[in-house]
Write a protein that binds this ligand. Structure first.
Ligand code: 5GP
Length: 290
């Protein structure tokens, strides 16, 4: 047998913390199956893009289905010739087919929602697009958490959840963010639970986030569609940032420098849309969900 690598005390602690977070996330999925909020097949779907669900043992999932229990679960696995230690990500197509047939009542006809991530330089008009998708197109637009201070027109729980650095770090440790990133001296993160519930319930989801966060989402969820919103021209963006009444002059200079860096990242996105007219962008984004 291969000898395990020698770990330092802090590496061991990190590994233990990571395992504890995964256990917690798995327990959460099982509870949602037990309560009937997530169906058996929805978890199989989730496992295609979510590594925590993928690493869950098939037996744990079957046992969590209301009315099954340990004895029926192992009898079923024996009959279907699935090893009791098999993880969901290790199931073959025939085994998946056989399992789905075992749970016809829980087979949901609901489609899974689409996950669209909208990024682009500050000032390009992402929030206007997000507002439109939320109010007129029935998208679930995730409300992020941030450590920056609220601007005068911003409301808690509507524009952001405003947190202290300490509160934010606690949520990172508890694996409560789908992604998070540091941007212009503050931390920003997408709460995981609302996004996952909405997708499982068939709602299309929009994340309006900066570039590093967008890349993290894609790394975990191949299903995510990354859209980069570009201004019609650089001058256009400068004019918009200059016109922002909510920033101090120093902040505006910083934001322009950042925007220049951000513009260079468009090549890493699935799709680049030019924000020439809000209506056009909204139509293109809606067309990605069908
Ligand atoms: P602002 O401070 O102007 O509201 O946002 C600054 C940047 O942070 C924007 O590009 C915005 O899209 C991004 N942002 C907002 N929420 C999140 C989030 O949850 N995660 C990440 N990675 N970026 C976010």
């Amino acid at each position: 047998m291969r000898t395990p690598p020698k770990l330092s005390a802090s590496q061991r602690q990190d590994a233990l913390d990571k395992a504890a977070r995964s256990r917690k996330a798995r327990a959460e999925i099982k509870n949602r199956v037990k309560s009937g909020e997530l169906s058996f097949t929805e978890v199989l779907d989730l496992a295609k893009s979510d590594s925590v669900a993928g690493k869950m043992r098939v037996r744990e999932l079957i046992e969590a289905v209301p009315g099954v229990g340990k004895i029926r679960a192992s009898a079923m696995m024996e009959r279907l010739e699935i090893s009791l230690t098999r993880r969901i990500q290790g199931l073959g197509v025939h085994q998946i087919g056989a399992l789905v047939r075992e749970f016809p009542m829980t087979h949901s006809a609901k489609r899974r929602g689409k996950l669209i991530v909208l990024s682009g330089p500050g000032g390009v008009g992402k929030s206007t697009i997000a507002d439109r998708l939320r109010s007129q197109n029935n998208f679930y637009v995730s409300v992020s958490a941030t450590t920056r201070l609220p601007r005068t027109n911003e409301r808690e729980g509507i524009d952001y959840f405003f947190l202290s650095r300490e509160e934010f770090s606690k949520k990172i440790a508890n694996d409560e963010f789908l992604e998070w990133a540091e941007f212009a001296g503050a931390m920003y993160g997408t709460p995981r639970i609302g996004v996952e519930n909405s997708l499982a319930q068939g709602h299309d989801v929009l994340l309006e986030i900066e570039i590093e966060g967008a890349k993290q989402v894609k790394a975990h969820s191949a299903e995510a569609i990354l859209v980069f919103l570009q201004p019609p021209s650089w001058e256009h963006l400068v004019a918009r940032l200059e016109a922002r009444g909510t920033d101090t002059p120093e902040r505006r200079v910083e934001r322009l420098a950042l925007a220049q860096e951000e513009m260079a990242a468009s090549g890493e996105f699935d799709l680049v849309l030019i924000n020439d007219a809000v209506e056009n962008v909204v139509l293109r984004l809606v067309s990605l969900t069908t």
